[in-house]
Design a binder for this molecule. Structure first.
Ligand code: GLC
Length: 493
């Protein structure tokens, strides 16, 4: 048994202990407010605290977050905890742990050469990432021993931390008395991670005999899925989609684990995203004062130097410029709607794939009076768009959960979405928005035309907005589902 893996033997009388505390080590590559690249950062920033908030007198949820100490980490007064070493080949790599407190939750940051070597959160060099996240996952497990605290559940997220699940399972296999359950959340199945066979070997972890397809046996996400007791997709519809052949080559394997696969919808940070007191907005509003949105629309049009058109529906797209998000689908649909009988305007905000950025800028050039494009990341402007635009476009090809459609609804911006993943689970057609089947230009354009027609009926439109704003997207619901899953895993350990 590799020496550095915690054995869980420190736990006294498990049954008595369990009634009081569930220890959860929550691993992620990114988490708000420390560092954020995408949706994973939102989830890892909110879910651990939402879980802790479920604690009662009878049950304490001691969830602790552990992150790599990327150079981009915004320090929050964390203190150095100590240095420990992780065996690698004939030598060892030093890991340094720091501890911070975020709203009462211990947050650990792990530093070390493999983490500093790759400057960014995700490197373009897959070898650097393979080393970085393998090291991080193993060091995060070892951290438990350093702080004299043992997880009942190791909760991993996506490929970056999936090897921690593999580490836990390998330890079980090699004869350790395990008391740790593995739960992995899939935020984006196609990202499987780089080949880690060499790196794993150098850290003393053998490649196990798995029932994974050959090509997947050396990749972190498949190994993590294989090692996990529970596999959670970030929405119920995505949980079904990943079992279908179209999802990717893992579908047969996932089907063989069917009974361990479930879907738990992500929540939204409803405190931060609240139009009633969002400081980024020119004018705050709620369901009772929806008419104030028009001032936000005016301010937005002024800021972006767009024609002030209070009555014309303003479409919005705020998205990573990525084929996943159907940005090209939206651009083609808008181009084809050039001569539609109803007037419209559109604002597009986002950065990413240079080809998509270019295509968006080309659309702006060709339709300067209708389309405004900003190719950058701007959280403040995004909030102003949610609060001022009328119709939110999200024609994703696949969408494990999606956050923007929830923010849009909360801000009274009615979403038009494709019927995939979390979009299908959060937007109710005709009630809170418009759902179309195929993420293709024609169905999107048809849905936009239908939306524009209803937009003219102010009473019906207000209903859609209010219904959307009244949805409960808070994290508490999702956190309770995760808790139930933790409890069932612990029972079966
Ligand atoms: C990924 C998915 C997105 C999901 C997010 C958080 O970014 O693409 O759909 O909302 O993870 O789970």
């Amino acid at each position: 048994m590799p020496e550095w893996i915690p054995t869980g033997l420190l736990k006294p009388g498990k049954m008595d202990y369990m009634a009081q505390t569930i220890n959860v080590l929550f691993l992620a590559a990114e988490a708000e407010p420390f560092v954020k690249v995408g949706g994973l950062g939102d989830v890892a920033g909110s879910l651990p605290r939402a879980l802790r908030a479920l604690s009662t007198d009878d049950l304490k949820l001691d969830v602790r977050l552990v992150l790599p100490r990327h150079s981009a980490i915004r320090a929050q007064g964390e203190r150095p905890l100590g240095i420990f070493s992780i065996p690698r080949g004939d030598s060892e790599v030093q890991a340094e742990a720091f501890e911070g407190l975020h709203e009462g939750m211990p947050v650990y940051f792990i530093s070390g050469d493999p983490i500093t070597a790759s400057g960014s959160v995700y490197s373009l060099d897959s070898r650097l990432d393979a080393e970085k996240y393998t090291f991080f996952s193993l060091a995060a497990l070892e951290l438990q021993r350093q702080i004299n605290w043992t997880a009942d559940i190791v909760h991993t997220n996506d490929w970056h931390t999936a090897l921690a699940a593999y580490g836990v399972l390998t330890q079980r296999w090699e004869g350790g008395i395990h008391r740790t359950g593995n739960l992995i959340t899939i935020h984006n199945l196609p990202f499987l991670g780089p080949d880690v066979s060499a790196v794993l070997q150098s850290y003393g972890l053998k490649l196990a005999q798995t029932d994974l397809p050959d090509w997947a046996r050396v990749l972190p996400l498949p190994l993590g899925l294989w090692a996990s007791d529970a596999i959670v997709a970030v929405s119920p519809t995505y949980a079904q989609e990943i079992l279908k052949p179209e999802a990717n080559g893992l579908y047969e394997f996932l089907n063989s684990r069917r009974e361990t696969v479930s879907g738990i919808l992500n929540g939204l940070d409803t405190v931060s995203f609240n139009p009633a007191d969002d400081p980024a907005l020119g004018v705050n509003f709620d369901t009772e004062s929806l008419e104030k949105r028009s001032e936000n629309k005016m301010l937005l049009q002024e800021r972006l130097k767009m024609a002030s058109e209070p009555e014309v529906p303003l479409f919005a797209m705020i998205s990573r410029m990525d084929p996943q998000k159907g940005v090209d689908v939206a651009l083609t649909a808008l181009r084809n709607m050039r001569r539609s009988k109803r007037k419209w305007q559109a604002v597009i905000l986002g950065t990413g794939d240079p080809k998509l950025e270019e295509a968006a800028l080309k659309l702006q050039k060709d339709m300067p009076n209708q389309v405004h494009v900003e190719t950058r990341y701007d959280a403040g402007l995004a909030r102003q768009i949610y609060a001022g635009a009328d119709i939110f476009l999200m024609p994703s090809r696949y969408e494990p959960c999606g956050l923007s459609q929830m923010i849009a609804m909360r801000y009274g911006c009615v979403p038009v979405v494709s019927a995939v993943g979390g979009l299908n689970d959060t937007v109710k057609h005709g009630e809170t928005g418009f759902v179309f089947q195929e993420p293709k230009p024609k169905p999107l354009a048809d849905a936009l035309r239908a939306a524009m027609k209803i937009y003219e009926d102010r009473v019906a439109w207000r209903m859609l907005q209010q219904n959307g704003m009244e949805q409960d997207f808070s994290w508490a619901k999702s956190a309770r589902k995760y808790l139930e899953l933790y409890q069932s895993l612990i029972k079966n350990l």
